[in-house]
Design a protein around this ligand. Structure first.
Ligand SMILES: Cc1cc2nc3c(=O)[nH]c(=O)nc-3n(C[C@H](O)[C@H](O)[C@H](O)COP(=O)(O)OP(=O)(O)OC[C@H]3O[C@@H](n4cnc5c(N)ncnc54)[C@H](O)[C@@H]3O)c2cc1C
Length: 154
């Protein structure tokens, strides 16, 4: 109704601005280009909503704030802490650390051409923190090190 440009959601730029300079958008309704994945994504998650809200608030206050945004998610399901870094699409290899049939903590790392694209971490906060950084900064990763899991990294 406001005449904003739409593409699966309200199209926003890296400053949470819509096609109308007087309107910002954030959260589930907003569709943002994520350069790390080369495509537009509309996230439905709390971290995405709060990160975009900070950008929108900065824009409204005239403080241009641009951040490298990596999609990430979390959920607590009973004793399982699920933490997901990045988007696990377009991968050509999965490296598993731990045994999901036996362990209450394990991680799945998704790679493309040897580069880390995403990680699903179950009760592995250190793997999650490492993955967020490695994906954002496009750090080289070692498969053997990934398989050893978070305890191998300080
Ligand atoms: C069952 C469920 C489980 C989820 N679990 C997780 C999880 O584990 N982890 C995670 O990261 N995310 C989870 N999510 C997603 C997360 O809740 C959303 O991504 C997040 O709440 C989006 O925030 P938002 O501010 O964009 O939208 P919302 O939280 O939906 O807020 C939008 C607000 O706008 C109000 N509103 C709507 N229309 C109007 C109007 N016309 N005028 C005034 N107000 C209006 C609504 O009442 C609402 O309060 C879950 C969602 C659901 C439904």
């Amino acid at each position: 109704a406001a005449g904003l440009t739409l593409n699966d959601g309200v199209v926003i730029d890296e400053h949470a601005r819509t096609s109308d300079p007087a309107i910002v958008a954030a959260g589930d309704c907003a569709s943002k280009y994520i350069s790390r994945y080369g495509r537009r994504v509309r996230l439905e998650c709390v971290p995405g909503a709060t990160d975009q809200a900070k950008l929108a608030a900065a824009t409204l206050c005239g403080k241009s704030k641009s951040a490298v945004s990596l999609p990430w998610f979390w959920s607590d399901q009973y004793d399982l802490k699920l933490q997901i870094a990045g988007l696990n699409t377009g991968y050509d290899e999965v490296v598993l650390s731990g045994d999901p049939t036996r362990d209450r903590d394990f991680s799945c790392f998704y790679l493309r051409g040897g580069e880390l694209l995403a990680a699903d971490c179950i009760n592995r906060p250190r793997d999650f923190m490492f993955s967020k950084r490695a994906i954002t900064q496009q750090l080289p990763v070692d498969r053997a090190e990934l398989m050893l899991g978070g305890l191998a990294r300080s």
